[in-house]
Design a protein around this ligand. Structure first.
Ligand code: KG4
Ligand code: ZN
Length: 335
């Protein structure tokens, strides 16, 4: 089954064509990130306008790269939330229009579920159930337990800022460009990782699977306010921020794995692209002698893309009420 995935929940306009949920035939991502660097963050109206400009060329390019035509597509998968409403509307309305013109069914995909399914792409073997996943993105930090496709239970999450947001806001305070996560990670690259304990690790000792990152941002603000940081100080502070956030994420992940004993643990979302987080999680799973199988998508599949949307649609096609939103409910999916 060949699915065209469309993802426009934020500042990326993405289209991908994926066969049977795992084989990527093409993936195209246009980003309006450069525009947002000048404003230090995303202005939703601007992001939506860029989505309108990019969506059709991006879909055309995805078809061309895969050497396919509309006739080869079995279904259209589209992110229907959560995200910026203006940006989401561009993707959803485009998918509905194509569905009507091409006579193909639509499969709506939750963006966060999409992030999880990036772990089903390009892997030697599929994650086994029960699956525990930590979704760490710009707007979300959540633990979910998945017993089977379509059966997802939320276990805990952030009480305030998301992990990606903590990276982005701290980066801004340190004078680094948007998006802050990759910028902080780059600054921290050459800093020695031992003895980094300047910033708090909120809720790390608590048994709950909740997070709270807003206090961390305040600590960074207090520390750097009215100071002109030297290059070295900026690097050091970046490493400190990264270590504090990743310490909490890793410690809570280990707690969650011990409590729920899943067969697979899936790290998902944009922050999963963080090298330090990836290496620390692998190390701690090993140190704790956990038998869980750890999955982390390759970095390009961690941040927003349409491959994950097409993959999630494939595996959840029977559990999602896709036919209810198809512009033509008579259309049926063929395998
Ligand atoms: O999943 P994503 O692309 O978009 C949302 O759904 O929000 O995540 C974006 C977030 C941003 O906060 C960005 O700073 C963070 O992921 N991010 C990173 C890295 N790459 C992206 N954070 C830390 N290290 C990275 N390498
Ligand atoms: Zn995302």
């Amino acid at each position: 089954m060949i699915i065209l995935g469309i993802e426009t929940s934020c500042d990326e306009t993405a289209a991908a064509i994926v066969k049977n949920g795992k084989e990527v035939l093409s993936s195209v991502i246009a980003s309006s990130q450069e525009i947002h660097v000048s404003t230090g963050g995303i202005i939703p109206e601007q992001a939506a306008r860029q989505q309108i400009i990019s969506i059709v060329p991006v879909i055309e390019k995805a078809l061309k790269k895969a050497k396919l035509t509309k006739n080869d597509i079995d279904a259209i998968a589209v992110t229907n939330g959560p995200g910026l409403i203006g940006s989401l509307l561009v993707g959803v309305e485009t998918a509905k229009t194509l569905s009507f013109l091409w006579k193909k069914p639509i499969i709506p995909v939750n963006h966060l579920v999409g992030h999880i399914y990036a772990n089903f792409v390009g892997q030697k073997k599929k994650p086994a159930f029960p699956i525990l996943s930590l979704i760490v993105s710009g707007g979300h930090t959540d633990f979910v337990l998945i017993k089977k496709h379509g059966e997802i239970t939320w276990l805990g999450g952030t009480r305030d800022d998301a992990a990606g947001e903590a990276f982005d806001k701290s980066a801004r305070l340190l004078g680094l460009p948007y998006p802050g996560g990759p910028a902080i990670s780059k600054e921290a690259e050459d800093v020695k990782k031992s003895n980094l304990s300047k910033y708090p690790r909120p809720l790390i000792k608590e048994d709950s699977l909740d997070f709270s990152f807003s206090g961390l941002k305040t600590s960074v603000l207090r520390s750097v306010k009215n100071k002109k940081l030297t290059k070295e100080e900026r690097k050091q502070n970046s490493a400190e921020v990264q270590e504090a956030i990743t310490d909490v994420l890793v410690s809570k992940s280990i707690k969650a794995i011990k409590k729920y004993e899943p067969k697979s643990f899936l790290l998902s979302g944009g922050v999963a692209a963080n090298t330090r987080l990836r290496e620390k999680l692998k190390e701690e799973v090993k140190n704790n002698k956990l038998t869980v199988e750890l999955f982390i998508p390759k970095p390009i599949l961690c941040t927003d893309n349409a491959v994950m949307i097409a993959s999630a649609a494939y595996y959840n096609k029977n559990s999602t009420p896709w036919n209810k939103v198809s512009s033509n409910p008579q259309l049926s999916l063929k395998d």
